[in-house]
Design a protein around this ligand. Structure first.
Ligand SMILES: [Zn+2]
Length: 243
């Protein structure tokens, strides 16, 4: 096997950049920020809290402390814990299960109500329910169309074919199902794109926790979101997909 000399640097935006020193090409992994997932509980005082993780994704040897709370304008309705590793100087936001950074809606539902997730836009469009042009009753059509595009990125239906195959594996969806959805998504308009998304979703939604794990793995492969790490008192933090 030919050896390739790679050099890794971190850009000022915190993005990992890989330089191939053989042919001087340089490509950007476009890594989004890693985040931690942990269960929040409602205290009798009415405040949602979660435990400070006993380690962090930047480990080993992390020393983690609370770094404050982040008020959310999107996503969960309560503030999120932000922790910082004093050894490696990195901070991480702690999300409740089902949420990912910068998303207004849940990635997976709590009670199988997929209409209350990011997939709402696709489920509506698949039923030919086009959101309003004037933003009445929930949303603008332009928002719905943009969300279809974002879902296409998440599931690997848009963009590079090789990443599409990796996404199919991460999602544990049959390659033929995924490839057919990819083709429909690439060529399709509003309704056909939505139907391609729903076909992949249907292949996925068998059971709650496993779907979340598969979507989070796909999100990393397609560059939609950073790596996610489950936190619990017994095991510390473990990367989703690595267990
Ligand atoms: Zn650390």
């Amino acid at each position: 096997m030919a050896s390739v000399s790679l050099r890794l640097t971190v850009s000022h935006e915190g993005v990992l950049v890989v330089h191939n020193q053989e042919d001087m090409s340089c490509y950007d992994l476009g890594r989004k920020r890693d985040f931690i997932i942990s269960t929040y509980r409602l205290e009798s005082s009415g405040v949602w809290t979660t435990d400070v993780p006993n380690t962090a994704p930047c480990g080993p040897g992390c020393r983690v402390r609370c770094h404050g709370e982040r008020e959310r304008v999107t996503g969960p309705r309560h503030p999120l814990l932000v922790v910082k590793c004093e050894v490696h100087g990195l901070s991480f936001t702690v999300y409740p299960p089902g949420f990912i950074p910068y998303s207004r809606q849940r990635l997976v539902p709590r009670h199988q109500r997929w209409e209350a997730t990011m997939f709402e836009a696709a489920l509506d469009a698949d039923r030919d329910e086009r959101w309003s042009d004037i933003g009445a009753d929930g949303g603008f059509w332009s928002t719905q169309w943009r969300r279809l595009e974002r879902l296409g990125l998440l599931l690997g239906l848009a963009g590079d074919a090789r990443i599409g195959e990796e996404a199919a594996q991460a999602l544990d969806v049959g390659l033929h199902v995924h490839a057919a959805a990819r083709e429909a998504f690439e060529r399709g308009g509003f309704r056909r794109r939505a139907s391609a998304l729903v076909k992949v979703l249907d292949a996925l939604r068998s059971d709650g926790a496993e779907v979340l794990r598969r979507l989070l793995r796909a999100g990393v492969v397609t560059g939609y979101c950073g790596r996610s790490f489950w936190s619990d008192a017994r095991f510390g933090v473990r990367e989703v997909g690595a267990f």
